[in-house]
Design a binder for this molecule. Structure first.
Ligand code: 4HQ
Length: 274
């Protein structure tokens, strides 16, 4: 897939893209990322790319002409049918579903703004979609561009190893991840859930799905609402809820007992540890 980025800070993108699975995908040519700097298209001696906002107020706005010329260069280097996306906090939320859709596009042109943003007439004339990566204010579109590139690139065959890709396309999509453990078997007296050392792969699969369902129910119930559950998944989640309720009961009993013995809960630390 070809990705072009219009940015005033091309080195910020190039540096960040040189690492890990994405770095390797770029080396192997599975994904190609090209940067186009509006400053290279500024015409005055100062290479000006921004100007004061009409109506006054603080900050600067990116001018149309250098942006438009950088975008033209990006389009000339991109496959036909590429879509142009502006990254800004006022866009629609970028999520896994949008990443899946964009994976099928011939190419993607990302425009990263700076300062207060870009002249609205540039957005109206040149931008197909506006994406936001979340409800917070950043100082530029470069980090959002990197987030979007990472999320899309890992969906393209050849970016991840075959083991990783198998997991990513599995039924656990749209659920939070299950907890992971590695050696040593004991850390500060805390062990690893027994089932993970049982060698029973069906049981391990059920436990992981149950943990994913349980965590999603606890932390992101709206995700579970949207996704729905199979009959077997409902049973696994009910069992998770019962176990969670039983643990809460056990905790309050331990705390009551320690109060009864006149000890503070802090002193009796070992009793409340699971
Ligand atoms: N900005 N998701 C302002 C963002 C943002 C976000 C990017 C700040 C664009 C000009 N972009 N610049 N959140 O906060 O995408």
């Amino acid at each position: 897939m070809h990705i072009a980025v219009v940015t005033l800070f091309p080195s910020m993108l190039r540096e960040a893209l040189a690492h890990g699975v994405l770095g390797r995908a770029l080396e192997r040519g599975v994904v190609k990322v090209d940067c186009f700097d509006p400053r290279d298209h500024a015409v005055d001696v100062h290479r000006t790319v921004d100007d004061r906002p009409y109506g006054g107020g603080p900050g600067m706005v990116l001018k149309v002409e250098p942006l438009r010329d950088a975008l033209r260069a990006a389009r000339a280097a991109s496959p036909s049918g590429s879509r142009t996306v502006y990254l800004g906090a006022d866009g629609v939320r970028f999520d896994q579903q949008r990443a899946r859709e964009a994976r099928g596009w011939p190419g993607l042109i990302l425009v990263a703004g700076r300062y207060e943003g870009v002249d609205e007439r540039f957005v109206e004339r040149e931008i197909d979609e506006q994406w936001s990566i979340g409800d917070y204010v950043l100082s530029g579109g470069e980090l959002p561009a990197l987030v979007v590139i990472d999320a899309i690139a890992r969906l393209i065959p050849g970016t991840l190893g075959s083991a990783e890709s198998a997991v990513q396309e599995s039924f656990t999509d749209d659920l939070l991840d299950w907890p992971h453990y590695t050696r040593p078997a004991s850390v500060d007296g805390r062990g690893v859930p027994e089932v993970l050392s049982s060698g029973d792969h069906a049981a391990i699969g059920r436990w992981r799905l149950q943990q994913s369902l349980g965590r999603t129910w606890l932390r992101r119930p709206e995700l579970l609402e949207r996704r729905g559950m199979s009959g077997e998944e409902r049973i696994l989640l009910e069992e998770f809820k019962r176990a969670a309720a039983a643990r809460r009961m056990e905790d309050s009993r331990v705390i009551d007992e320690s109060y009864g013995e006149g000890e503070s809960n802090e002193q009796d630390h070992s009793a409340t540890e699971r």
